[in-house]
Design a protein around this ligand. Structure first.
Ligand code: SF4
Length: 389
C-alpha cells in the first residue's frame, strides 16, 4: 500500500471507530460500496450491499445501455415490499443499498410503494443508499427522495444537447424529435444543479468509450458546472445494447485516464471503477497508472462490488443475480432463500473463484468478470500478484 493510500485507509479506520454507522460523510476516504473494506474487516468476502432492480421502464434508450434488452413498455407486478424488507433485515452486515432500473422513478407508484419505503428503511438502519437515474423527469419526483437518499447517480457522456439526442435515443425503436431530447437534456442539467445546490451528492458517471475518450476532459468540466460533487468513470464493456459498439484498446483507455488525471479539477472526488489495469500487470505503463491513481489526492479506484460484497435482486421475479447486466444466470430467489445464503452459494461457484484474488498491499481484490472476459480470458489471476515499485 502506498503511503497516501495507507493514510486514506487509516483516516477512514479512525472515522469508523469514533462514529456510529451511517453518520460519517461519504468521501474518498470512506466508500462503503468498495468490497476491499469488508474483505479487510472480515477476512473474507461478505454481503454488505444489495442492489434492487425496481423498474424495466425508461423514457430513454441509450445506445450503451447495459440493461437495454430488459427494457419494456409495460411491466408486471413486483414481489411484495414486505418480502424484500424482510430479506434485507436478514442481511447481517448490510451497509449499502442501490436502486436501479430502467429509470427507477418512471412511475410515481414505484416511487411511493417501493423506492421511498426502501430508502426510509436504509436510513433508519444506518445503511447508505444510491439510486441510478437519468434525472430527466420532473424535479418534484427526485426532490421527494432527498431526505432519505445518499447518492443520486446519473450518466453523463455528452458535450451538447445533440450528443444527448444521438446517444440517449440511439436504440429507440421510433425516431425521437430533437426538440424532445433537448427538453430532457435541459431538465437533467437543471435537476442536477438544483439537487446539488440543496446538498444532495449527485455523482455523474461517464464511460470511456469510442465516443468519449478524446473528449473526457470537457465532459468532466461540464459535470463540475452542473454542481456534481463526484465524477465516476468506467470503461464501457460490451453488454446488452453496447455489444455492437466499437471497443477501445487498453492503450486508448489508459491515455483517456491519464488525460483526465492531468486536467481534472481536484476539488471534486473522482471515482474510477472496473478499470482493466492492475498492479500485477506485466505492462510497466499500466502498473504506473494504477500507482498514480492510488497517490492522487481526491481520486479513488473502487474494487468491483459485483459478487464481492453485492448481489442484485430483480423485484419483478425475486430472482437474484451477481449483477443486473451480466449474462450470468440467476442462482436463487428471495422467495425461497436468504440473501446471505445465496451469497455463500455464489462464492462457492467456479465463476466467483476465477476472479477471487487478493493482494492486500495493493488494496486490490481482483478484476470484474466482464473485464476478465474482455481482456484477460487466458489469464489465471490466482497465479498473479501485485508488483509494488
Ligand atoms: S488482486 Fe488480483 S488483479 Fe489485483 S493485483 Fe493482485 S493478482 Fe492482480
Amino acid at each position: 500500500m502506498s503511503g497516501l493510500q495507507m493514510n486514506k485507509h487509516m483516516n477512514h479506520m479512525e472515522d469508523r471507530d469514533i462514529q456510529p454507522p451511517g453518520s460519517y460523510p461519504l468521501s474518498p476516504g470512506w466508500d462503503p460500496w468498495d468490497p476491499i473494506r469488508s474483505l479487510e474487516k472480515h477476512g473474507k468476502h461478505v454481503l454488505t450491499s444489495v442492489e434492487m432492480t425496481v423498474s424495466n421502464l425508461c423514457n430513454m434508450r441509450c445506445e450503451h445501455c447495459a440493461v437495454g434488452d430488459t427494457l419494456t413498455f409495460r411491466e408486471p407486478d413486483k414481489i411484495p415490499l414486505s418480502l424484500m424488507l424482510s430479506r434485507l433485515d436478514e442481511v447481517e452486515h448490510l451497509e449499502t443499498i442501490s436502486i436501479t432500473g430502467g429509470e427507477p422513478s418512471f412511475t410515481e407508484r414505484t416511487v411511493d410503494d417501493y423506492i421511498i419505503p426502501l430508502l426510509r428503511y436504509a436510513k433508519e438502519r444506518g445503511v447508505r443508499s444510491q439510486i441510478n437515474s437519468n434525472l430527466t423527469l420532473d424535479y418534484g419526483r427526485y426532490e421527494r427522495l432527498a431526505p432519505y437518499l445518499d447518492v443520486m447517480h446519473i450518466s453523463y457522456n455528452y458535450l451538447s444537447a445533440d450528443d444527448f439526442h444521438r446517444i440517449g435515443f440511439g436504440k429507440s425503436p421510433h425516431p425521437v424529435p430533437k426538440e424532445t431530447a433537448y427538453k430532457l437534456y435541459e431538465r437533467m442539467i437543471d435537476n442536477a444543479r438544483r439537487l446539488s445546490a440543496g446538498g444532495m451528492l449527485v455523482s455523474a458517471e461517464s464511460m470511456i468509450n469510442y465516443r468519449t475518450h478524446l473528449d473526457i476532459v470537457e465532459i468532466h468540466r461540464q459535470i463540475i458546472e452542473m454542481g456534481c460533487r463526484r465524477h465516476e468513470v468506467h470503461p464501457m464493456y460490451p453488454s446488452s445494447f453496447a455489444v455492437d459498439l466499437p471497443m477501445l484498446s487498453r492503450d486508448e483507455m489508459a491515455a483517456a485516464v491519464e488525460r483526465l488525471l492531468d486536467a481534472r479539477d481536484p476539488s471534486i472526488w473522482m471515482l474510477f471503477g472496473t478499470l482493466p489495469f492492475f498492479r500485477c500487470s506485466v505492462d510497466e505503463r499500466e502498473r504506473g497508472l494504477v500507482k498514480r491513481l492510488s497517490e492522487e489526492h481526491g481520486v479513488t479506484v473502487r474494487n468491483d462490488p459485483d459478487g464481492r460484497n453485492r448481489l442484485n435482486v430483480n423485484l419483478f421475479t425475486g430472482d437474484v443475480f451477481v449483477t443486473d447486466f451480466a449474462d450470468v444466470p440467476s442462482f436463487g430467489s428471495v422467495k425461497s432463500d436468504k440473501l446471505d445464503d445465496l451469497f455463500s452459494r455464489w462464492l462457492q461457484g467456479p465463476l466467483a473463484a476465477s476472479v477471487n484474488c487478493h493482494c492486500p498491499a495493493a488494496g486490490c481484490c481482483g478484476p470484474n468478470l466482464l473485464v476478465k472476459d474482455m481482456y484477460y480470458q487466458e489469464e489465471n489471476f490466482l497465479l498473479r500478484s501485485a508488483v509494488l515499485e
